[in-house]
Design a protein around this ligand. Structure first.
Ligand code: SF4
Ligand code: SF4
Length: 454
């Protein structure tokens, strides 16, 4: 192991000292921070958290202290603070280092974090086990058992956290009556592509939650890309992006997955060097951060930089062409909520709205506070349920006031968080990905031919 890598692993915060010193303590970030707005506690805001990180980095505070653990764990990682910071503090990278520090500190973070640690180590790093876990989750969802447990309030009797977990699962179900068949887009499957297959390649990153619970969004992404002239490839060797590991502070787990993805997407089989397309804001931001994550790895640093530069959200990729318009999908009001990682991690501000604008006659209703976090933040909603619900309640109130019956958002975690909140609140709201609406509008306009029309 080279020196910079061993420093990163042994002392994640101290290795980021220059970035910590960039903070000028102006406090301009405080009001942008959802957790500070709710608790009013300086330690639950970016500036306070940076103080705590600096104290740990300088050895004035133990890295397993209750204060450090509590306030770092309570951060959503939404990065709204970065956008308003005049000093350009790279908060997201510092938070990652702080969580890495917590992970190796041995701090007692409770039962839930213990379970999470076990899952990340023994399930998430093994694609076959992960597939099995998601297959079991789909059985619970598609058999209607989750819905029944929620309907008869049995889930709530177990615990509110269990109830919310089931609502998250239930919210991932398709609201469409007629699911479409899955095309085979594996590498080398030339028969799967139309005869007039275009030359511009696009490699689809499918994601673990994406493929496990939202494969219909991956299919819609592929169809929309192909309708706009891209040849979509899905590489079977790809794995989870590592975001859950990074959020939990397991940076070595995240690096393991990052290296596997880099190798997988270096495939020379078909469209070498083609853009890596995601439809999940969280995955996209994580993939784009591989360059930073592997900066100290002699063998992978350059390859990680190259890989990260290829990452685009589907909306950003579609902005590179003249986007085809589709038919009308619904006359109900439709609103849009921005995923923090898509907005702040991938800087795709307008691109998803451009995608929605291609749906004919869309009755669009602007959502107040669309740029604010929904409280999902990976599995923050299960780890810090009270703060998460506080953030979500404000979002749901804003959604209700738009009168929307459909909400589009570009990240499965946000889809599930808002969808679960809507289920438990009894709201009549379909939550979906913007690309699903565009896909439906293409089907209605007959862009896929008769067999795909809805
Ligand atoms: S990442 Fe979000 S929750 Fe965390 S300090 Fe910044 S604004 Fe607050
Ligand atoms: S806005 Fe930036 S410089 Fe000011 S306190 Fe927040 S992180 Fe520090």
């Amino acid at each position: 192991m080279n020196t910079s890598m061993s420093t990163l692993l042994a002392n994640p915060i101290a290795s980021q000292e220059d970035k910590l010193l960039a903070c000028i303590h102006c406090g301009l970030c405080l009001e942008a921070c959802p957790t500070y707005v709710i608790t009013g506690d300086e330690n639950d805001g970016p500036r306070g958290r940076l103080y705590l990180m600096r104290a740990v980095g300088e050895g004035r505070l133990a890295n397993d202290s209750v204060a450090f653990e509590r306030h770092i764990d309570r951060c959503l990682g939404c990065r709204a603070c970065e956008q308003v910071c005049p000093a350009g503090v790279e908060y997201g990278q510092l938070l990652e280092a702080a969580r890495g520090e917590l992970f190796i500190s041995g701090a007692n973070r409770g039962f839930s974090y213990g379970i999470l640690r076990l899952m990340l180590k023994h399930v998430w790093l093994y694609p076959s086990r992960l597939k099995f876990a998601f297959a079991a989750a789909r059985v619970l969802r598609d058999s209607g058992v989750a819905r029944m447990l929620l309907k008869f309030r049995i889930a709530k009797l177990v615990s509110k956290r269990f109830q919310f977990g089931l609502a998250l699962l239930e919210s991932s179900a398709s609201k469409l009556d007629k699911p479409r068949t899955r095309p085979d887009r594996s590498a080398g499957n030339e028969k799967a592509r139309p005869a007039s297959s275009p030359a511009t390649g696009a490699m689809l990153f499918t994601g673990c939650v994406g493929e496990g619970l939202f494969s219909r969004v991956n299919d819609a992404t592929a169809r929309v890309l192909e309708a706009n002239g891209f040849a979509v490839e899905v590489l079977s060797a790809q794995v989870c992006c590592g975001a859950l590991h990074a959020h939990a502070g397991d940076l070595e787990g995240a690096r393991t997955l990052a290296r596997r993805n880099i190798v997988a997407f270096e495939s020379k089989e078909t469209h070498e060097g083609a853009p890596v397309i995601t439809n999940a804001g969280g995955c996209g931001a994580m993939l784009a951060s591989y360059a930073h994550l592997l900066a100290g790895d002699e063998k992978f640093a350059e390859r990680a930089r190259h890989f990260s530069a290829r990452v685009r959200d589907v909306s950003q990729q579609l902005e590179t062409v003249e986007l085809k318009s589709g038919g009308q999908v619904t006359s109900d009001p439709v609103t849009y909520d921005a995923s923090c990682h898509l907005l702040y991690g991938q800087h795709a501000g307008e691109a998803p709205l451009t995608m929605l604008a291609s749906v004919n006659n869309l009755n669009f209703a602007r959502l107040e506070g669309s740029e604010r976090c929904c409280g999902g933040a990976g599995i923050y909603n299960l780890m810090e349920p009270e703060l998460s619900r506080g953030v979500l309640d404000e979002k749901l109130l804003n959604i209700e006031s738009t009168g929307a019956k459909v909400l589009a958002t570009g990240n499965p975690g946000c889809q599930m968080q808002i969808g679960a909140g809507a289920i438990l609140k009894g709201m009549d709201l379909r939550v979906c990905h913007p690309v699903e609406l565009l896909d439906e509008s293409y089907a209605r306009a007959g862009l896929y031919g008769r067999s795909d029309e809805s």
